[in-house]
Design a binder for this molecule. Structure first.
Ligand code: TRP
Length: 328
């Protein structure tokens, strides 16, 4: 039986953090096997907010190492850079005719970025970000797109473009599926300051952090400001450390809630126990990472191989696209 296709990707921001793992990567690994996965390094998308490419290759390798260390298997799931497969730019151009600028201006993820990064005027390519993402997904006929919740508006735009294309060029025999987004249970893990975990804010725990770094970072994490010392009752539901316990320490989480609420458990002790669980979770990851860092040629070969396999699929789709458009 044909497996459904998963397509997902990330911009190459370098070493990944817990938010990436919990928001998306974990899902990619869990669904691998049941689906046919493709994973893309969105290096063109990275240019929308930063034109500097001096570190883009190193950042791509660093991200790929984290993917591999998390359990993505390159023999079954091609991993590739978007920029190495020119079909992405071709389909992007065709799709850009099938969506209005006003629709793209309404994209809430773009509005959020403009606000957060204090962008004054938006580049043409930045406005078109979701159109390129639609090309990424549909070139591989992606049906399921496991992403963080900030990406759902882009999946919606992808569905609209797929519908428009099919209606315009191949109403009786649609070329493209209408993909669905798939969220993880913990779609948003807070950062160490309680805000969204993000590299640019500096409130992250990296998957590659050492046990010592993880302990130190947790020690400085924000907790309920009303719980000043042990004995004070705390409010776990507003505490990011408790959010981490819920994710990484399911066996003790009930007891931690009771201890926090009654005051019997102090924040220092609670953070120590949390750090231990995160360290435990990340240890296998860190060990695999060391292996790949020492075998960089292997990592580069995985990319080249993934790109060749992805390219073959992308070429096939573009062939169909040109065919139905009578531009073959
Ligand atoms: N926009 C996604 C992000 O910032 C990255 C991305 C690019 C992507 N192309 C994609 C995600 C295709 C899913 C599918 O995280």
């Amino acid at each position: 039986m044909r497996k459904k296709v998963i397509l997902s990707g990330m911009r190459p921001t370098g070493k990944l953090h817990l938010g990436h793992l919990v928001g998306a990567l974990e899902n990619w690994v869990a669904l691998q096997g049941e689906y046919q996965n493709y994973h893309l390094i969105a290096d063109y998308h990275a240019l929308t907010t930063n034109p500097d490419t001096s570190e883009i290759y190193q950042n791509s390798l660093d991200m790929l190492i984290d993917w591999l260390s998390a359990g993505l298997d390159p023999t079954i799931s091609p991993m590739f850079r978007q920029s190495q497969i020119k079909e992405h730019t071709e389909l992007f151009l065709i799709f850009s005719m099938l969506i209005t600028t006003s629709r793209l201006e309404r994209n809430p993820t773009l509005k959020e970025q403009v606000r957060d990064l204090a962008i004054e005027t938006i580049a043409y390519g930045h406005l078109g970000y979701p159109v390129l993402q639609a090309a990424d997904i549909l070139l591989y006929k992606g049906e399921v797109v496991p992403v963080g919740e900030d990406q759902l508006p882009h999946i919606e735009i992808t569905r609209e473009i797929a519908r428009r294309f099919n209606a315009q060029y191949c109403p009786d025999n649609p070329v493209f599926p209408e993909p669905e987004g798939k969220l993880t249970k913990f779609a948003r893990l807070p950062g160490l300051d309680g805000k969204r975990m993000s590299k640019s804010v500096g409130n992250t725990i990296l998957l590659s952090d050492s046990p010592h770094e993880i302990e130190q970072k947790l020690r400085s994490a924000l907790t309920d400001p009303q719980k000043i010392r042990k004995g004070d009752p705390g409010r776990p539901d507003i505490c990011l450390v408790f959010a981490y316990h819920s994710k990484f320490n399911s066996t003790e989480v009930d007891e931690i809630r009771l201890g926090c609420e009654s005051g019997a458990l102090g924040c220092v002790e609670c953070k120590k126990r949390c750090a231990l669980k995160i360290i435990e979770t990340l240890t296998p990851h860190r060990e695999k990472r060391l292996y790949y860092e020492a075998h960089l040629d292997e990592v580069k070969a995985i990319l080249i191989d993934g790109e060749a396999r992805a390219r073959a699929v992308a070429q096939q789709t573009m062939h169909q696209v040109r065919d139905v458009m009578k531009m073959g």
